[in-house]
Structures are given as structure tokens and as C-alpha cells.
Design a protein. Structure first.
Lengths: 429, 59
């Protein structure tokens, strides 16, 4: 199998996965990355780096094993799966690779959800990769494995042997071959041996010219039979406009019914998605996808900011010595911003309390070493870090009960009530 | 009258968008727990792929 001579990534090979072969000469484990790099005309080192990241984050193990089983070895056209299941597994079945990839993605996301994998490469990247593949499929309109002929070796190396020929195997012509293949050494030339004298199976020549020997120069050329290209079937006009109108009507009805902003946008998104789903059978609807992305971003924003954000905070307060914190003088509420309180030199009155209720941002509270700390730290989405303990992710909560460095109650205490919708909370001494 | 070719990427994108909105509503109402969102999203992707394949074979 030879390397594609033209430089750059060969995206056409993404639609011809069945022609990929595991490399024998460039392999670290099973030759999967080497074979993929050769097929896609990409440096195999790059493929290995991507595969290593995928393996470290979880799903790569499944992808590699699946590719190992499904990709035939170089010089063979039978994969390990075919060797195991026989010919019940057809490598050219159009549903095979989509089912395999779907199973891999399904298993990978399930693994990441169950075992907290995927911190390096989260699930949305896998989703984006799938969308990327679908875009390529749309451009080519060629389904996975829809091939009419037998496997002919690599794309630039036609197989000139017969399907049942067990003696010679695939024969490859050189990349600069422009005429018929030369006869093997030891055979008589075509000048001394007529076609009807052959006793073995003839080698089919690969002609690149219509009349290379000039035998039909006196005959008038055959009339070209041209079939007029049919105009593309674009479907009905106005499908997108109708979907946009329906989406707008859904938004207006939800708004008139006094639904929450996030729910209003979700109803609009559902209407848009259903319109794209059913309207796709009547016309082009993919152009509405950016509108869906906008609605989704609006939903995310409206969940963090139920109202238009007005309060922005940028507090960096260092309490001077002997300043006192009581139940009411350390309270902050904001929609977005940062609050950093250095209370390491402050004193705490009875019932002292620190309250922060924020939207997006970060909160840092620094306390003296011996003050007793109780309270709750809550980040709806983000990270909570207090006294070397960390909680992260969705709805990160931590309940504090810490007596300080002296390990006994008193003489001072403070209650922390810190809440953020999105961001990080840090408490330290 | 010729049959219109379905817009397969549009159908897949529509399935993902409407399915995501449905999952959001179900999660907001407590039907789907937050811990199950990964599995639900994986099922949605598989469903979108199946619908897309079915649509592509219809043309």
C-alpha cells in the first residue's frame, strides 16, 4: 500500500473506511494508527497523539479495539471480525460502520458518565466530531461502504488480478503507469503471442486512452450519448420560512403565557427542532441550525441570569487589624464579578456571618487560623474548595465545621453562607 | 411527481435540537435525573443517527 502522493489531508477517504488497512510496516501495537495515517495521508504520529489523548480520557480504548477488530491487516481483505464470525459480517454493509461508531460513542459517553472519565476530553467534543463526520457525508452523498465493485486495492493502485486468482494476489501498477501493464518477465510479448493463444487467465490491461494503438482513426467517432443532468431536487420552497414563523409563534405564545425565560426559549427550541426534523423531508432545513445554537445559548444564559444582569462586583477587601465582622456588615450580592475578602486580621463578634450570593464569578475568603468556621458553600455549577477539600461539577455543595488550628471551640466563630450559580468558591486560612 | 430528497443533516440536527429541549424539560420536571443526563444524551445521539440513516435510505 503506498502513500498518497498528493500532500494534505485526504478527506475523501473518510467515506471509504472499508479500504483502510492496518499497517504492517508502521505499527506500535496493531498498526491501527499507522494504517489510518496512511489512508488519510496524515502523519501517523499525529494520529497516535490524538489516540493517546482519547485513550487517556476513556473512549479511545473502545475506538482502538473496534478499529483493530474491524480493519483488515495490510495485504488482506478479511478483518478479525470476519475471521471470527465468518462471512455473516459483511465489511461492505452500509450499516456496519455507523452502527460500530454509534456503539463506540454510546459506550464512551456511558463510561464517562459512570466512572467520571472524560475530564481531558469531554463528551461534547465527541458530539462535535460526529457532527463533523455528518457534514462530510453530506458533501459526498456517498454512504459508508456503498461500493459497486470488488476491492481494488488502494485508490491509486488498481488491482489487476481476478477475484478468484489465488496464485498472484493483488498486483499493483506504479504511480507513473500510463499505459497497459507490462507483461511479467519470462512471458512472450503481445507481438508474438496472440490473445487466442493464451493458456492462462489473461491479465486485464488498464487503458487510459480510448484508442492507444490507433486502430479506429478512420472511423467516425461514435455519437456522444449525453444525458442531461437532472436539476437538483431542492424540495419545496418556503419550508425554512414556515419553520421560523412556527418558532416565533411558539415563543410568542410561551411569553404571553408568562413562562420563565428559559422555558420560553426551550419551547422555541423544541419547535424549531421538530420543524427541522419533519421539514427536512420536504426541503433543506440545515440552514436553521445556527438559529438553534443561538436559542441554546440563550437558554444557558437565561438559566444563569434569570433577569438582565445589573449588579457587577469587583471587591478586594483586606480587613485592617482590630476591624470587627458582625452579623450584617459582610454581605455581598451581585450578578457577576469577583469578591475577595482577606479577614485574617479581623476579629469576629458573636453571631458573625459572611454572606455572598452571586451569579457568575469567584469568591475567595481568607480567615484567621484559630477561628471556628461553620456554614454552607454552594456552587450550582463550578467548584468549591475549602481547607484542602474540593467539590466540583454540577451542584457542588460543602458543609463546613472546622475548629481551626487549635482544634477546640472558641474563642471566636463565624458562619459562612456562600452561594454562586456559576464559578468557584475558595475558603482558606 | 418526483420524490423530494430528504435533507439528512437537517433531520439529524433537528432531532438533536428537539431531543435536547425535551431532555431539558424532563430534567426540569424531575423525570430525568441530572446524573442520568450522560446516558440520555448518548441515547439521543444514537436515535438521531438511526433517524438520519433511515432518512438517507428513503431517497
Amino acid at each position: 500500500m503506498e502513500q498518497n502522493s498528493s500532500g494534505g489531508f485526504d478527506r475523501g477517504q473518510l467515506k471509504d473506511v472499508q479500504s483502510w488497512r492496518r499497517s504492517r510496516s508502521d505499527r506500535m501495537l496493531a498498526g491501527v494508527c499507522g494504517g489510518m495515517g496512511r489512508a488519510l495521508n496524515v502523519d501517523p504520529v499525529l494520529i497516535r497523539v490524538v489516540m493517546a489523548v482519547l485513550v487517556l480520557s476513556g473512549p479511545g480504548i473502545i475506538f482502538y479495539l473496534a478499529a483493530w477488530v474491524m480493519m483488515p491487516d495490510e495485504g488482506s481483505d478479511r478483518s478479525a471480525a470476519q475471521g471470527l464470525f465468518g462471512d455473516r459480517v459483511r465489511a461492505d454493509h452500509p450499516w456496519l460502520w455507523p452502527v460500530v461508531i454509534g456503539q463506540c460513542v454510546f459506550s464512551a459517553i456511558a463510561l464517562m458518565s459512570s466512572f467520571n472519565f472524560g475530564k481531558v476530553l469531554p463528551g461534547p467534543v465527541v458530539v462535535l466530531g460526529l457532527l463533523w463526520l455528518f457534514v462530510f457525508r453530506r458533501k459526498g452523498r456517498n454512504h459508508w461502504g456503498h461500493r459497486t465493485g470488488q476491492w481494488s486495492g488502494h485508490r491509486s493502485t488498481p488491482w489487476t488480478g481476478q477475484p478468484g486468482d489465488q496464485t498472484g494476489g493483488p498486483q499493483y501498477s506504479g504511480p507513473a503507469q500510463t499505459g497497459p501493464l507490462p507483461h511479467p518477465a519470462g512471458q512472450a510479448s503481445s507481438a508474438t503471442q496472440r490473445p487466442q493463444d493464451r493458456v492462462t487467465e489473461p491479465v486485464q490491461p488498464v487503458w487510459t486512452e480510448d484508442d492507444p494503438l490507433g486502430l479506429y482513426v478512420d472511423e467516425p467517432p461514435a455519437p456522444a450519448t449525453r444525458v442531461a443532468a437532472a436539476p437538483p431536487v431542492k424540495g419545496y420552497r418556503g419550508v425554512k420560512s414556515a419553520i421560523v414563523l412556527l418558532t416565533g409563534a411558539a415563543l410568542a405564545i410561551a411569553w404571553a403565557a408568562s413562562a420563565q425565560p428559559a422555558l420560553t426559549l426551550v419551547i422555541g427550541l423544541a419547535t424549531l427542532g421538530l420543524g427541522m426534523l419533519f421539514g427536512g423531508f420536504l426541503g433543506k432545513t440545515l440552514a436553521l441550525f445556527p438559529l438553534g445554537i443561538l436559542l441554546a445559548m440563550g437558554i444557558a444564559a437565561s438559566m444563569v441570569f434569570p433577569e438582565v444582569p445589573r449588579d457587577f462586583a469587583d471587591v478586594k477587601y483586606v480587613a485592617p487589624a482590630q476591624s470587627q465582622v458582625n452579623a450584617t456588615n459582610t454581605t455581598y450580592r451581585f450578578d457577576a464579578g469577583s469578591v475577595q475578602l482577606d479577614l485574617s486580621k479581623a476579629t469576629f463578634a458573636t453571631g458573625a456571618k459572611v454572606v455572598v450570593d452571586g451569579g457568575v464569578g469567584d469568591v475567595v475568603v481568607k480567615l484567621p487560623p484559630n477561628v471556628d468556621v461553620t456554614g454552607n458553600l454552594v456552587a450550582d455549577t463550578g467548584q468549591v474548595d475549602a481547607f484542602s477539600k474540593t467539590q466540583g461539577g454540577h451542584s457542588a455543595k460543602m458543609t463546613l465545621t472546622d475548629l481551626g488550628a487549635d482544634g477546640k471551640a472558641g474563642p471566636q466563630s463565624v458562619v459562612l453562607d456562600l452561594h454562586l450559580k456559576l464559578g468557584s468558591i475558595k475558603v482558606e486560612r | 411527481m418526483r420524490k423530494t430528497k430528504p435533507d439528512v443533516p437537517g433531520i439529524i440536527a433537528g432531532t438533536v435540537l428537539s431531543g435536547g429541549a425535551t431532555i431539558w424539560i424532563l430534567n426540569d420536571n424531575g423525570v430525568v435525573q441530572t446524573d442520568d443526563l450522560g446516558l440520555t444524551a448518548a441515547l439521543l445521539l444514537v436515535a438521531a443517527g438511526i433517524i438520519g440513516l433511515a432518512a438517507s435510505h428513503r431517497s
